[in-house]
Design a protein around this ligand. Structure first.
Ligand SMILES: [Zn+2]
Length: 277
């Protein structure tokens, strides 16, 4: 699943590709991708004649802004956007097509069919699910060390689960949580409230650094994930722990372990990330 850096990269690419385009009509081939309104024909009807003003991101969601409307789009496992000419053959698993009046089309393809789109009047999206339930943005100025301590310091659950919970901090998924915990030397199963001030500070910095470095590299391309323009991100080459089971740890040379924490595959180094307290 694309996480903050990947969605940020897709956002930037889409802004280059579709900003200013006018929608002539919309085709929905798989109605269940459209979560709001209930009727996918209403979704298509409401979007006719509107202009795309830009694309923004909130957590792992894209906000496609139009004049007076907003589409909130989540790619989930394998959703992706691509810009095509109207004459290009339509690939299998293309579920939604935005036909523009200049002869191009934005196509949404999703092999797993888990992705979602919600349509709102501008501004309404923040007061309704799915965006209304989201926590703080880790790359915003509002994400201070004090705020982080406030969120994390009292939680009596495993630190990995706390960091994955989008109601607390958004955009961090399985890849970046493993990276940030490795960089700060914290075992993924530590209870959040047992972390010392120094550990919280180190983790806070690791989260910001890992996400910022990945955004700069265009995100990670793992398995089949490719950003909106079909380019590969480069951060997968900088991952220090994720996906490196049995390989030597970057730090100590010992073998990287893989276990399951809260139902998620988890990479860590038992020497550099000891279970303590
Ligand atoms: Zn190690």
């Amino acid at each position: 699943m694309p996480e903050l850096p990947e969605v940020e990269t897709i956002k930037r690419t889409l802004n280059q590709l579709i900003r200013g385009k006018h929608i002539d009509h919309v085709t929905v081939n798989l109605p269940r991708i459209i979560q709001r309104p209930d009727d996918s024909e209403a979704f298509a009807f409401l979007l006719q004649g509107h202009t795309i003003e830009g694309v923004e991101r909130r957590g792992k969601f894209l906000r496609i802004k139009l004049d007076g409307l907003v589409i909130v789009s989540h790619l989930r496992m394998e959703g992706r956007y691509g810009l095509y000419s109207s004459g290009d053959p339509v690939e299998k698993h293309t579920h939604v097509i935005f036909h523009f009046d200049d002869g191009t089309e934005l196509r949404y393809k999703d092999v797993r069919q888990f992705g979602t789109m919600h349509l709102f009047a501008s501004g309404e999206e923040f007061n309704n699910p799915p965006l209304s339930k989201l926590g703080i943005e880790p790359l915003d100025d509002t994400f201070t060390l004090n705020k982080f301590k406030e969120i994390i310091g009292v939680k009596k659950t495993k630190i990995k689960a706390v960091l994955l919970n989008q109601a607390y901090i958004v955009g961090i998924g399985n890849i970046y949580v493993d990276e940030a915990l490795f960089r700060s030397g914290i075992h993924p199963e530590r209870n959040a409230y047992t972390l010392s001030d120094a550990e919280l500070e180190s983790l806070y910095e690791a989260i910001i650094d890992t996400l910022s470095e990945s955004v700069k590299a265009g995100g990670s391309s793992i398995k089949s994930y490719v950003n909106g323009q079909g380019e590969m991100g480069m951060f997968q080459h900088s991952l220090r722990i994720y996906g490196r089971k049995d390989e030597p740890c970057d730090n100590c040379g010992g073998p990287v372990m893989k276990t399951v924490v809260g139902g998620r595959g988890t990479h860590y180094c038992p020497r550099c990330q000891p279970v303590k307290r």
